[in-house]
Design a protein around this ligand. Structure first.
Ligand code: MG
Length: 361
């Protein structure tokens, strides 16, 4: 893909950021912007407003995120023959995947030329270049925006002593429990967990997530970090009542752990910036209230041991994820909750909770 200048440069527009969510877009008018009577074309005014409102939205989202205009409604009030136009765009409201902005254009004399309102789609990754194969389930590297297609998600249970105790088990009673989630369970930052109807409570489990970069089988612990591409913060959402029944009956955890949207994962921080994943503060808030907080140094099995163990049982491929277990403080979530998971030096994950409605898909 050839490098094109940003759209505002192509238009000849100068952007002036007033603050997050508010931007001025200034256009020095040239002869080709005017009709035969010297009045500025409506299309120029509309393009300037799209640029100002879009730039305001872009200023209000993380640098790695992308946005695109969904709708733009322009109301023209009068024409102008001025030398400059100044459009101001402001974000009015921001949801998880959409932002609403409004603004206006004035000429040199301060006369109001047009007003506009619009909506923008927001998403936390670089769009797929046209013609590239679609990777339906993937994680995104922080900074570069590279997508890594996710194969399987291996997860470990019972890796923090206090969580083992709160679940009513004896700490240090044997090796960690491993289970697998399907890649269809993935949700990106800014997305939503959907609560399956009639299946009891859904619990949050905040966890460090290891992203495999180099494939391997029976990887020795001493070589494990060479196979790690990076780290993310994730949520191992769990149907707790279904899991309790499964434990009682001696059944597998697949249903309790693998439902759609049960694996939210943040952007991925490269291993070179994080190290071996130990000593990082891991937290989860629900509606601003701290529910889980611990250090990854308190994992019973650290990253090298977990990669070694998982790769003995399953060949690990590039893009496989390893969820490393949750500290104590797990609990139920409800529709309307906002979950914010953070892992020191790695990243932040913000997730909403909604009831599942298969009819919407
Ligand atoms: Mg877990």
């Amino acid at each position: 893909m050839s490098e094109m200048p940003p759209f505002h440069e192509y238009l000849g527009v100068t952007l002036e950021r007033r603050g997050d969510g508010e931007v001025d877009a200034v256009l020095a008018l040239a002869p080709h912007h005017r009709n035969r009577r010297g009045v500025v074309h409506g299309g120029v005014v509309a393009a300037l407003l799209d640029t100002a409102l879009g730039a305001a939205v872009a200023s209000a989202i993380p640098k790695e995120w992308w946005c695109a205009t969904i709708s733009l409604s322009v109301q023209f009030l009068q024409g102008t023959q001025g030398l400059h136009l100044r459009a101001t765009g402001r974000v009015r409201r921001r949801g998880v995947q959409v932002a609403f902005a409004s603004g206006e254009v004035k000429d040199d004399a301060g006369r109001l030329i047009a007003t506009a309102e619009g909506s923008w789609h927001l998403w936390p990754h670089r769009p797929t270049p046209s013609g590239a194969p679609r990777a339906p389930h993937y994680v995104v590297m922080r900074g570069s925006g590279e997508r890594i297609e996710v194969g399987k998600i291996v997860a470990v249970g019972r890796n923090y002593a206090e969580h083992i105790a709160e679940m009513g088990h004896e700490p240090n009673a044997g090796p960690p429990v491993l289970f697998v989630k399907p890649s269809t369970a993935l949700v990106h930052d800014g997305g939503e967990v959907r609560i399956p109807p009639g299946m009891g409570s859904v619990h949050h489990e905040v966890e460090m997530v290891v992203v495999i970069g180099k494939p391997g089988r029976a990887i020795p612990a001493e070589a494990a970090l060479e196979h790690v591409a990076g780290y993310a913060v994730g949520l191992d959402m769990t149907l707790r009542d279904v899991q309790a029944e499964a434990k009682k009956a001696g059944n597998p955890w697949a249903v309790a752990k693998g439902f759609d949207t049960s694996a939210p994962v943040s952007l991925v921080a490269p291993r070179e910036e994080v190290g071996d994943g130990s000593g990082l503060r891991l937290t989860l808030t629900v509606n601003g209230e701290l529910r889980q907080a611990d250090s990854t140094s308190r994992m019973i099995h650290g990253v090298p041991a977990l990669v070694a163990l998982a790769s003995k049982l399953f060949t690990l491929e590039r893009g496989d994820l390893v969820f490393t277990g949750t500290p104590s403080g797990v609990g139920p979530v409800s529709p309307g909750d906002r979950l914010i998971a953070e892992l020191e030096r790695v990243g932040r994950l913000e997730i909403g909770v909604v009831p599942d409605d298969p009819a919407v898909d």
